[in-house]
Design a protein around this ligand. Structure first.
Ligand SMILES: Nc1ncnc2c1ncn2[C@@H]1O[C@H](COP(=O)(O)OP(=O)(O)O)[C@@H](O)[C@H]1O
Ligand SMILES: [Mg+2]
Length: 361
């Protein structure tokens, strides 16, 4: 996967700018608040159809304007692909090769990327939300059936939760079973996919973590709860768990069972990373997961994803920086940093300097 060209129009602090990227290493430099992360975010948005952290797309529109336009030309082993997102105040249009797509699932996965920034520490240190987000995005990019099951699941979950917030408990008791069957079916698809993904991810992340720590630490990943083998059995289990928690769900006003509540366990040297890992350990573990994700994309799609490294070099010590950079060989990498890294000298790269939302050289 290679992104060749990225055009931004009224996106964040960019008025009109076009980035031409190399197949190998692209280094975006510039002082703080010039637009490096914004550029990385644009790549991410075109890959996933969602922005990094913000809730409202309208924040992506350049202040004072009413519409942002992002366009990328990429090349995968299946040929050229053009991705476009037009973002308005209250809606957006997504296009793949000029054709409008209405489902986010059809937009995802046309250009695959793995994104790593200092914020990725949350993956290790924060609550389960972050880890589910990671799984959802990563699996959705390679599996349309996961992406669409997730979409449907979330819709049913929302409706089920709305029902639970109602006041007529008799009606609630009568209506819940109607939702539950579908709920359990999509839940089972999600759980099965996550398990398969985890089975791929675990050994790769463990291996990468060993490499990054010179064998000093072991990383282990696992499901946080046991589930039966087949989708049918999982659905059956979810159904009975749902039925057993009607009273609790009604009392709390939301659904307490299902993959929207699941987590993955991340252990470093046998201890739960969430509570015990130091800042440095967490950073390395997050990096291990991300580099493992690169490998999974390579295996599942037959080519490496675009690796976007936003401002991460300064956070790593020298040996890890070297190791990370060695793992960027053979794939397209978009790397941002405030000053040209000495480590990079001698390597062939496309250096792009950014200042005030413009490319200056
Ligand atoms: N919607 C927007 N309209 C105009 N400017 C924006 C918008 N969103 C962010 N910015 C500006 O973008 C700059 C931050 O860019 P960023 O890419 O995060 O910088 P850095 O180069 O440090 O990564 C800030 O000056 C911010 O005010
Ligand atoms: Mg930045």
């Amino acid at each position: 996967m290679v992104i060749k060209k990225l055009t931004l129009h009224n996106f964040r602090n960019y008025e009109d700018e076009t980035f031409c990227f190399f197949e190998g290493l692209n280094v975006l430099t510039g002082r703080n608040a010039q637009g490096k992360t914004n550029c990385a975010e644009a790549v991410f948005y075109l890959c996933t159809g969602s922005s990094l952290r913000i809730r409202h797309d309208r924040q992506l529109i350049r202040r004072g304007e009413d519409c942002a336009l992002l366009h990328a030309e990429a090349e995968s082993r299946y040929g050229k692909v053009e991705l476009e997102a037009e973002i308005f105040e209250n809606r957006r249009d997504l296009r793949v090769n000029g054709v409008r797509v209405t489902r986010a699932a059809d937009f995802l996965g046309n250009m695959n990327s793995v994104f790593f920034s200092p914020g990725e520490l949350r993956l290790i240190q924060d609550g389960p939300d972050e880890r589910r987000r990671f799984l959802n995005l990563s699996i959705s990019q390679t599996s349309k059936s996961y992406a669409s099951a997730l979409l449907r699941y979330n819709r049913i979950l929302e409706q089920r939760n709305n029902l639970l917030k109602g006041h007529d408990s008799e009606l609630i008791f009568e209506t819940l079973p109607i939702w539950d069957e579908q709920f359990a079916r999509y839940a089972a698809v999600i759980i099965r996919h996550r398990r398969e993904y985890l089975a791929l991810l675990s050994p790769l992340a463990e291996e990468t973590h060993r490499y990054l720590t010179d064998g000093g630490e072991t990383l282990a990943l696992g499901e946080d709860r046991e589930n039966p083998e087949s989708e049918e059995e999982i659905a059956f289990k979810i159904c009975s768990e749902l039925a057993a928690s009607y009273e609790r769900d009604i009392r709390l006003g939301f659904t307490t069972v299902g993959p929207h509540r699941d987590d993955i366990r991340i252990m470093i040297d046998g201890a739960d990373a969430r509570g015990f890992a130091s800042q440095g350990q967490a950073r390395t573990a997050a990096l291990s997961l991300k580099l493992a994700e690169v490998e999974i994309f390579r295996r599942l799609t037959g080519e490496p994803p675009v690796l976007v490294l936003d401002d991460v070099l300064s956070e790593l010590d020298l040996p890890r920086r070297k190791k990370l950079l060695s793992r960027t060989e053979g794939l397209q990498c978009i790397l941002t940093c405030t000053h040209a890294e000495r480590l990079l000298s001698g390597r062939k790269m496309n250096r792009i300097r950014i200042s005030g939302g413009k490319i200056v050289s």
